[in-house]
Each structure stands twice: as C-alpha cells, then as structure tokens.
Design a binder for this molecule. Structure first.
Ligand SMILES: N[C@@H](CCC(=O)N[C@@H](CS)C(=O)NCC(=O)O)C(=O)O
Length: 223
C-alpha cells in the first residue's frame, strides 16, 4: 500500500492520468488521493499551492519529495520501484532509445492538441481568427499523421513489443484526441492502438471519471 504517496488530480487531464497509470503499473495502489474540480478553481486552492506553486494538477509527492511534473513523477516511480510491478524502461538500447524519443515527442503532440482545443475554449468566439484556427489544425494534422506512421512500425506498443513509459505518458494524449472525435477511419493504426489499450487494467481503472458521464465534443473531427 502506497500510503506515503499523495496525488491531487483532475479528471480528464492527460498529465494527471499519466501519473495514475504509472502508479497502477508499479502496483502502487492505496495512495492518498484527492479529485479536484478545475471548473470550481480547486487547482488554485491552498492545498495545491502549498505543493505546487503554479497551482496545477497533478500535484504529487512521495514522503516529503515533491514531483509535480507528470513526466518527472512517472520516471521517479519507475526508478524507485524498479523491481515492483511492470518494468517500464526496456534494457535493449534500440527500444530504450525509441522509448525516450516517443516519450518526449509526446509533449509536442500534446502541445499541438492543446493549441487547437484551448484556443477555442479560451478565446471568446468574436475574438477568434479563422487563420489561427486553421493553422493550429493543420499543425495538429501533420503531427497526428506522424504518429499514425509510427504505429505502422513494429509494435504493438509505442516503443516496440513491451508496454513502456512511452505508452504511460502518451496514451492519455491519444485518448484525448479520440475523446474530441478524431476520425478512427482516417487514423486506423492510432485507433487500433487506442482501442487495444482501453482495457489494460492500469488504464481502465484510471479512466477519467468525467469521460464516463458525458460525450466529448466534435472539435477534432476534421483533423
Ligand atoms: N508540465 C505539467 C503540466 C500540468 C498542467 O498543465 N496541468 C493542467 C491540467 S491538464 C493544469 O493544472 N492547468 C491549470 C493551470 O495551469 O492553471 C505536467 O506535465 O505535470
């Protein structure tokens, strides 16, 4: 039981979901956790700010060691609990190189996705520029095509035959794309990857609760 760990998280946030998947993969159930509501501004509460001065989720600590950055937390958990649960960093140099490459490229995918989704959320309708919307969508389309190509290589996982940290950190972004109705027919490899991992225990048990309650929007339908 991981009673010496605390995770403050928000539903539907890819960074939060990454940490939850890593905790499950490392058999670290039973940690202290609190689900906070972004729409009520709970990520700016005193409790979060004390742990994470940016007021962002996830906020995570093990004992007194704070690792709020989701990639950092996943890498920390793998490093500290190497022989527990599933091994998430392959020994084989070619697979390890691919794993780090895909992991960090995942940040670009996430950013390009956020550029499209948050522009529409944050910029009021009358102030939006069609050219910016178009440019962001084109950039995301180029990026998504790249991931579709990657999945044509030896799989079934992002770094090869084994589930790794690359899957832990990138899967939530890929799931987010489909939540916003990325077309499964246009990206069959990505869709197959997304669907095949839905029932993996670490992913299923940590599936964003708000996603079970409502449909996502169609924002990425034409990407
Ligand atoms: N680099 C951080 C990013 C965390 C992050 O951006 N969290 C978002 C939710 S997905 C958040 O808390 N946003 C609220 C805010 O920035 O005020 C990580 O990977 O952990």
């Amino acid at each position: 039981m991981a009673k010496d760990m605390t995770l403050l998280w928000g539903s539907g946030s890819p960074p939060c979901w990454r940490v939850m998947i890593a905790l499950e993969e490392k058999n670290l159930q039973g940690y202290n956790q609190k689900l906070l509501d972004f729409s009520k501004g709970e990520h700016k509460s005193k409790e979060v700010m004390a742990m994470n001065p940016r007021g962002q989720l996830p906020s995570f600590k093990h004992k007194d060691y704070v690792v709020n950055e989701s990639y950092g937390a996943c890498m920390y958990l793998e490093s500290q609990f190497k022989s527990q649960g599933n091994k998430l960093i392959p020994d084989c140099p070619s697979e390890q190189a691919k794993m780090y490459q895909r992991m960090f490229e995942g940040l670009t995918l996430n950013q390009k996705m956020a550029d499209v989704i948050y522009y529409t959320w944050k910029v009021p309708e009358g102030e939006r520029h069609d050219s910016a919307v178009k440019r962001n969508k084109e950039a995301l389309t180029t990026e998504v095509k790249l991931w579709e190509e990657y999945l044509k290589g030896p799989g079934p996982f992002l770094a090869g035959k084994d589930f790794s940290l690359a899957d832990v950190v990138v899967y939530p972004s890929i799931a987010y794309l489909f939540r916003f109705q990325l077309c499964e027919e246009r990206y069959p490899k990505l869709a197959a990857y997304y669907n095949s991992l839905k029932n993996r225990p670490s992913i299923k048990v940590s599936w964003p609760p708000t996603w079970l309650e409502s449909e996502g929007s169609e924002m990425l339908k034409d990407v």
